[in-house]
Design a protein around this ligand. Structure first.
Ligand code: 13P
Length: 251
């Protein structure tokens, strides 16, 4: 069985002091993990977390990456810069970036491509809003978002991580049921399988109010290969309980 992947997305949270305590606790708790564990931190904290996690299996992630290699792009952070800080993963196309920063499917696909070219695994987020779900458009929306990334990345698509994050479940305490999530994960897997013979290898994470109480049942679904954790990744005890559920499901 492939190892589950648990990635924390701190979003725009943290202080030097709080990060220190959080990362020390998480790093100590993942020493013998049988799943993969990462924290995706705000860019200014990459150096701090890189140092704190050194010598442990905890991996470092960023929350975004520029589609440009370098140059006059004020405010952007390139994949090569992220690599210099030991970044292994970069979230791309999070719904908060699509919603508040106008990111299009095409831009998300370019970001995924740039990350891959620098040896960073993009965690590509897809997911429908509540209005889209209620209009019966869930399948259309996630397929469209995924198709753009497949189109631009070709056979490299087996190297990405996908995160299904229904927008209505993010930060709301409303989790998709394991059946709802599995249904979308299965259709994403099928879509990947049409593009690569290695679709089974791709980690498809679930994100949206995943917590210590619901992680085990979500992770028991055949196509749920891990979680992208927001709020619960800011508390070491909660995050480590999700890691423990992923460990159990990885064995
Ligand atoms: P919550 O776990 O806080 O719902 O956030 C999920 C998310 O957006 C992770 O990227």
């Amino acid at each position: 069985m492939k190892k589950k992947l648990v990635a924390g997305n701190w979003k725009m949270n943290g202080t030097l002091e709080a990060n220190d305590a959080l990362v020390r606790a998480v790093a100590a708790g993942v020493k013998d993990a049988s799943c993969l564990v990462a924290v995706c931190v705000p860019a200014p904290y990459l150096a701090q977390v890189q140092m704190l996690k050194a010598g442990t299996p905890l991996e470092l992630g960023a929350q975004d990456v520029s589609p440009h290699a370098q140059g006059a792009y004020t405010g952007e952070v390139s994949a090569a810069m992220l690599r210099e800080f030991g970044v292994r993963y970069a979230i791309v196309g999070h719904s908060e970036r699509r919603q508040y920063h106008g990111e299009s499917d095409a831009l998300v696909a370019e970001k995924a491509k740039t990350a891959l070219a620098s040896g960073i695994t993009p965690i590509v987020c897809v997911g429908e809003t509540l209005a889209e779900r209620e209009a019966g458009r869930t399948e259309d929306v996630v397929k469209r978002q995924m198709a753009a990334v497949i189109h631009v990345n070709g056979h490299c698509i087996s190297e990405i991580v996908v995160a299904y994050e229904p927008v209505w479940a993010i930060g709301t305490g409303k989790t998709a049921t394991p059946e709802q999530a599995q249904q979308v994960h299965a259709l994403l897997r099928k879509q990947l399988a049409a593009a690569t013979e290695h679709a089974e290898r791709v980690h498809i994470l679930y994100g949206g109010s995943m917590n210590a109480a619901n992680a085990a049942t979500l992770l028991a679904q055949p196509d749920i290969d891990g979680g992208l954790i927001g709020g619960a990744s800011l508390k070491s005890a909660d995050f480590l309980q999700i890691v423990a559920a992923a460990n159990a499901a990885s064995r």
